[in-house]
Design a protein around this ligand. Sequence first.
Ligand code: ACO
Length: 428
Amino acid sequence: MADTLTITDNRTGKQYEIPIQDGTIRAMDLRQIKVKPDEFGMMTYDPAFMNTAACKSRITFIDGDKGILLYRGYPIEQLAEHSDFLETSYLILFGELPTETQLAEWSRDITMHTMLHENIKKFLEGFRYDAHPMGMFLSAVGALSTFYPDAKNIFDAESRRLQMVRLIAKVPGIAAYVYRHNIGRPFVLPDNELSFSGNFLNMLFKMTELRYKPHPVLERALDVLFILHADHEQNCSTSVMRNIGSTHVDPYSALAGAAAALYGPLHGGANEAVLRMLNEIGSMQNIPAFIKRVKAGEERLMGFGHRVYKSYDPRAKIIKRMADLVFEVTGKNPLLEMALELERIALEDEYFVSRRLYPNVDFYSGLIYQAMGFPLDMFPVLFAIPRTAGWMAQWEEMLTDPEQKIARPRQIYTGSAPRDYAAREKRR
Ligand code: ACO
């Protein structure tokens, strides 16, 4: 017998059998529940989508209680150890690890598309010297839609693949450009002999040397950080990507919106917020007073807590280990000691333990980025580069899912009842 949920409507005494599939009932099955035939029918109310699945997905699996993260079934720990970002992005986008030939072709396609149109550079030059890199980044990604009108062919699989390649290839160049714009240095052309992350470091940090040689430890650390950030199922920015994409707009416009969501301090802005918080705390002796303010609800311990993870974020564990390797090269980030002490206290303190608040991916990533020489306001951009792969994979999955339509939530109207327009002189 199929699993069902029996609902009794006390208003009418009627019973309804609602099918259960994958531990879920379909919200539309509730619509038949009504008192009078001309009523709209029962809805669910779920602000912030705390308990609503909006899609079926084969890309990323998270078990927040156990701290498990899988891309296409592969544990994040194994990918962080054995894979690189380009291979992982292929896996996320196409569902399988590439063969040698597929990987060679994929890497060649990406390196062939790393150049930016000169007018994108001119467009970015229009920003003020102190413009936030994320504001510039998301504007440039949106502007790309005007350079590639063919991207509107969203139901052409070949065209979709081309836009995936273009976006993954070009976002590091945009990120590097916005960084160099802020510090007043000329744009560096991509070096296609380097790895994805090595070339990104080249475009960021090359000075007058003929050839930039990335430090292998920093190059690998950046690549691992990119692997860890590549996808994270239906988070806020990914839902935005799917929502905007559901209107059938081109992927550049949708991705600009997703990047805007990532800009917010509760999402991709959190690692920046962690460092600001550590700077504000200032020294070890101020930590107890800070924790007291957090517990009184006056502050948030940034980099702690997660909507899904109710145990240690598996990405945070990998990043914490990576931090040691990076600090051997760059020297210790002086804020690390404070971060470790905050974590030590929080993992023992009843307030954090009872709310199951653990370090998330952002708690340590900012310390690494800062040690590598990135200014704080570049952090969300560093998140957006790898997440581009996840956004594009989720976008394609949404477009090719026959159950998906334009996203359009319902509301419970709580405003005024119908009333007549009042002439201005009669208003009080
Ligand atoms: N510091 C202190 N208290 C916290 C924190 C925190 N970082 N996070 C949650 N809480 C408390 C809340 O005050 C609440 O307590 P209450 O029940 O007494 O009111 C309880 O824990 C539950 O918190 P919610 O806000 O309901 O949790 P939600 O799932 O809505 O929020 C979020 C998740 C936004 C990540 C939150 O934990 C937070 O603001 N963390 C800090 C920002 C951060 O690190 N964001 C990065 C997330 S990872 C990412 O986007 C890549």
